[in-house]
Design a protein around this ligand. Structure first.
Ligand code: HEC
Length: 164
């Protein structure tokens, strides 16, 4: 049954996915079945199984190529962040594992200058969508401001909780 569907639908499927996934991320759509959860998919591809995700900001050297950004691009595949060069800009993205974000001794991007209370579910959502830390201070514009559904945010946070 599944085999048959694959055989007959493959060409159409490939075309459909190419048409509706953002430039350069066609493979993200094609391999979406390979993610264990929608949250994981969002984390790695910036696309959701259930709706549109978009963002503004995320100023990385003018964003040549216009590809879709995903959390993993900056915060790393394991959420630990780190410093790396992206589009010729040094990107210093913080550790965003749940355990780190919600710890009392939270030290932001390692610069030590971020003085704010620990994150919780609501403030993580606010950081992702509005770019505010728990103290209400704006995050660096290098962190994109995301638009995604409440369901997608829940899925994403559930995924952050699995990283350690
Ligand atoms: C273009 C790079 C980039 C992408 C893509 C990105 N981030 Fe960030 N993010 C950053 C940077 C840089 C910061 C640090 C901002 C600051 O220090 O003010 C940050 C900060 C954060 C913070 C606040 C952490 C803290 O310690 O205060 C959270 C939470 C976060 N990002 C979650 C996400 C999630 C979830 C995604 C995917 C939906 C994502 N980010 C995608 C660059 C990025």
């Amino acid at each position: 049954m599944k085999q048959k569907l694959l055989g007959s639908g493959l060409v159409f499927l490939a075309l459909a996915l190419t048409a509706c996934t953002p430039l350069g991320w066609g493979w993200g759509g094609l391999s979406s079945g390979g993610y264990a959860s929608n949250g994981e998919r969002i984390y790695f591809t910036g696309t959701s199984a259930n709706g549109r995700i978009s963002y503004s900001g995320g100023n990385v050297g003018g964003m040549m190529g216009g590809g879709q950004l995903a959390c993993a691009d900056c915060h790393g595949p394991n959420g630990r962040g780190g410093r790396h060069t992206m589009h010729m800009t040094v990107m210093d993205a913080p550790d965003i594992r749940w355990s780190t974000l919600t710890a009392e001794e939270h030290d932001g991007d390692g610069g030590g200058e971020m003085e704010h209370p620990p994150y919780d579910e609501e403030t993580i959502k606010r950081a992702v969508t509005r770019g505010l830390d728990p103290g209400g201070d704006p995050l660096d514009p290098a962190m994109p401001r995301w638009r995604m559904s409440e369901q997608d945010l829940d899925d994403l946070i559930a995924y952050l909780k699995t990283l350690d």
